[in-house]
Design a protein around this ligand. Sequence first.
Ligand SMILES: [Zn+2]
Length: 346
Amino acid sequence: MKTLSFDEAYCLESFRRLLAVDSTTGWYEEIQALLCAMLDELGCPWTLVHKGGVIAELGGEGEALAVTSHVDDIGLMVRHLNADGTLNVCPVGGLYPFYCMTENVRVHTRDGKVFTGTVCREPNSIHVTEEELRLTPPDFRTNVRVVLDENVKSAAETRALGVETGDVIALEPRLAISNGYIKSRFVDAKSCAAVLLTLIKALRESGETPRRKVYAYFAVYEEIGHGTSWLPADVKDMIAVDIAPTGPDQNSDEHKVSIFAKDSRYPYHWGLTNELRETAIGAGIDYVMDIFTPHYGTDCDTSLVAGHDVRHAAIGPGTANSHGYERTHVDGLRQTYALLAAYLRR
Ligand SMILES: [Zn+2]
């Protein structure tokens, strides 16, 4: 059997393409169109989820395995227009103010206009207001605002541009790759979606049909908790591919794949998780077991809560600075890919 070797260049280019399209949770149409185009390039059939999301069909017969990753990102939304023409904002998903200060953004209006700007503290100059900056933590409700790159001085002038409450604000990802280290926002989980695309490419090129029916489910609402609340009726097993946060007392490592034993909601399914662990041992994959508390869940939890009778498991690359300017290593992506590829052949 041909090896499903890891096409690193394709994986990184796919990650770059996914990052180039804003996809703050709930604002999915452009990323969905890109995914469909990328699957078309691979000759892989797909269907759309009605509320948003793409399910690629990898072939095979019988009860299905859904491998899922998400392509939505945490971001912001316009709460109201401040009197000085700046934007008061609220987070969409788990974005904290200290992790987006001074970041560049794009504001997407409901009429399809795009405006650039920056997330700022008020006050905002270390030379003028050092004391306030040091002593007051940033807070979206009181002292954080988005300043547009427009000559506006009042709410009326900003409104006249076409900006309004409920517009979506996407953060600049700022991808940089150096010595194998991948630094960017939204490594969670566009890097994992890129791994899935790379596996689809390898399967298509090998002409191999999976031993069982397999879906690759690209979800667009994971960051707010209902990405895969709907599943095709024939799905019996589910593997989420998502970031494995590193930190004190964590085993996760940017150079390895983590197999999740438990997140902050539930332990993962004993049998399916053991199958992944046995696969990793048998294939000589550089893996660790890890547990993620107190603030972590995957789309597998979503499917269980929605009432699906599925076995669930999760794996992913060790990732630092989660929900900020994240970092992983190409080794972590390679090991994640290798575990998935070996599991599909099990
Ligand atoms: Zn994620």
